[in-house]
Design a protein around this ligand. Structure first.
Ligand SMILES: NC(=O)C1=CN([C@@H]2O[C@H](COP(=O)(O)OP(=O)(O)OC[C@H]3O[C@@H](n4cnc5c(N)ncnc54)[C@H](OP(=O)(O)O)[C@@H]3O)[C@@H](O)[C@H]2O)C=CC1
Ligand SMILES: CC(C)(CO)C(=O)C(=O)O
Length: 321
């Protein structure tokens, strides 16, 4: 494996050591696609069974172009010793701090940390461990369902949008974009990243929360007009709050993404629903509740998001205890 010394200025290329932190649905999908494209990837997780299965069976991806199985390496954070050129963080947002602290020893001054986690506040959380000028934030519409440990199902079109958190557009940002696109993880650089993140949080605040509460997929809910009415109210309220926080948002664009998910990803279980089914805490704190906090910060209320946040909390309590 190449050492950091062989990568002047932290340039990212085919020899880079990529550490995927969080070997769940998204981590296995992105990491698996990168291995398939020839990259050296180490998966880090806290679940010993997940680690053992990945080490023995590799990563299995079930996608529109068939079934792919790739040998892979996974470990607990403490057992990874090779410095990371790129860390791709795919834990749930509520585990970001613990995960970043556990992997601190492989972070060098040139390590880039990429987060496509849902919700608000990722750059701030990662910023406790890495300078903003080495953090890449963004969003992804990739739908990933974990069927078994290391086995991910992902169908339908998708794309990711990224930008460095310091908004300086460094040269290596294009390396990250190229690296992902070469692995057919369709990605574009989007300088208006706050708009992108707020647009995605509006989308997740509607779809993820409603699916988690009702226990079903977008495809099944979309037959009811009241689903669209509720989802529209969530998106509208979130847009007003985002704009009051100085973020420019296009409600039609967000709604088109909701319609895209209804039509193209009907059977995907949004990640919040996957959490409820696995009796895990959800990301409602970084999604609906974070929108409520952003509203409070500018003297507004967010009754629709507040109610959905409460319903998700009740659902968690019923299913997870
Ligand atoms: N799934 C999807 O379709 C999409 C998800 N996202 C976002 O991507 C992020 C990841 O989601 P997803 O892949 O679904 O989540 P998963 O729950 O499937 O995977 C997260 C993984 O991280 C592990 N983990 C927990 N704590 C740590 C830690 N301290 N160090 C290392 N690993 C840890 C979890 O283990 P354990 O289960 O034992 O806690 C789990 O294996 C979320 O922010 C989500 O909102 C975005 C777009 C689509
Ligand atoms: C795949 C997508 C876009 C659908 O809600 C998502 O963000 C999630 O599952 O969390």
């Amino acid at each position: 494996m190449s050492s950091q010394a062989e990568m002047p200025n932290g340039a990212l290329n085919h020899h880079s050591h990529i550490v995927v932190v969080g070997a769940g649905a998204m981590g296995c999908y992105f990491g698996g696609m990168l291995i398939k494209a020839g990259h050296k990837v180490t998966f880090v997780d806290v679940n010993p069974e997940q680690i053992a299965t990945i080490n023995t069976r590799g990563i299995i991806l079930e996608t529109d172009d068939g079934l792919h199985q790739m040998p892979a390496t996974a470990a607990l954070a403490k057992d990874v010793s090779v410095p990371a050129h790129l860390i791709i963080l795919f834990t749930k947002t509520l585990h970001t701090n613990v995960a970043m602290a556990s992997i601190r020893h492989v972070i060098t001054p040139t390590t880039v940390v990429l987060s496509l986690q849902n919700g608000l506040g990722s750059a701030e959380r990662i910023g406790h461990f890495v300078n903003a000028d080495r953090i890449v934030i963004g969003t992804t519409l990739v739908p990933a369902d974990l069927k078994e440990h290391g086995y991910v199902v992902s169908h339908g079109p998708s794309k990711s949008q990224i930008m460095d958190a310091s908004l300086k557009f460094p040269a290596w940002l294009s390396d990250v974009e190229k690296l992902l696109n070469k692995a057919t993880l369709t990605t574009e650089i989007e300088p208006e990243i706050s708009s992108v993140i707020w647009s995605k949080v509006a989308f997740n605040a509607a779809l993820n929360a409603i699916c988690a509460i009702t226990g079903t997929t977008v495809g099944r809910l979309a037959v009811s007009p009241c689903f669209r009415e509720l989802a529209r109210n969530v998106v509208h309220e979130t847009v007003l709050i985002g704009e009051a926080n100085g973020v420019s948002l296009d409600e039609c664009y967000i709604w088109n993404n909701v319609e895209m998910a209804i039509n193209e990803h009907p059977n995907h279980k949004p990640s919040m629903l996957q959490d409820i089914e696995a009796a895990r805490a959800t990301e409602v704190g970084a999604i609906n509740n974070a929108i409520v906090d952003a509203a409070t910060g500018v003297g507004m209320d967010a009754p629709v998001n507040r109610t959905l946040g409460q319903l998700v909390a009740l659902t968690e309590q019923v299913k997870c205890h």
